[in-house]
Design a binder for this molecule. Sequence first.
Ligand SMILES: N[C@@H](CCC(=O)N[C@@H](CS)C(=O)NCC(=O)O)C(=O)O
Length: 203
Amino acid sequence: MLKLHFAPNSRAGRILWLLEELELPYELNKMAFSPTDLKSDEHRARHPLGRVPVLEDGDTQIWESGAITDYILEKHKNGGLKPSVDSEHFAKYLQWFHYCEGMVMPPMNTIVVHTVILPPERRDETVLGQAQRLLTNALKPVNENLEGKDYLIGDFSGADIMLGHSCFMSNRLGCVSDEMSNIKAYVEKLEARPAFKKAIETQ
Ligand SMILES: N[C@@H](CCC(=O)N[C@@H](CS)C(=O)NCC(=O)O)C(=O)O
C-alpha cells in the first residue's frame, strides 16, 4: 500500500490529487504544517530537510513532488496521464511538468515567505515586489499556452498535477491577475474535477 506523508496547503496536495485521479488505494500520514511535525526526528528520517511530500511504497521511499508524480505514473498506473515518448505532446509535457518547480515555484516560495511565514517586522517589500514580478512573468507563457486548450497539453496529464497545482496556489495567493483569463478559467476547470475536490476536502 502506498503511504503519503502529507501536510495541508502544501505541495503534498499534488500527490493526494494524483492518487485520487488514478483511484489508487493509499494511506495518509497527515501531519500539521508546523516544525513540531515536519522537523521531528521521525519525519527528518524520511526527508533530510523535513519537507513534504514523501511517498513510501513498500521498502521504497521517495521525495520531491515531481519525482513522486513520475514514479507513480511509471510504476503504478499511467492511466493516460503521461504521453508516450513517441507522442507529439511528449516534449511539451516534460517542459510544463518541470517548468513548475523550475520557474514558477521559486518566486512563489519567496512570496509565501514574505507574506505568511516571516513575522511582519522581517518581511521585505522590495524582495516581495521582485518575486511578484518574477511570478507574473513566469505565468505569462502558461496563460498564452492555455489559449484554446482545456489543459496544458490538451488532455489532462501529470503536467497539470504539477503546474496546475501551482496555478491554483498562485491564484489563491492573489497572484493571477484578471488579465490572465486563461489561467483563471483553467484553475476553475481543475477545481471542478472530482479528484481535486476530494483532495482539497481531505485537507
Ligand atoms: N521541491 C520540493 C519542495 C518541497 C517543499 O518545500 N515542501 C514544503 C511544502 S510546499 C515544505 O515541506 N515546507 C516545510 C518547511 O519548509 O519547513 C517538492 O516539490 O517536493
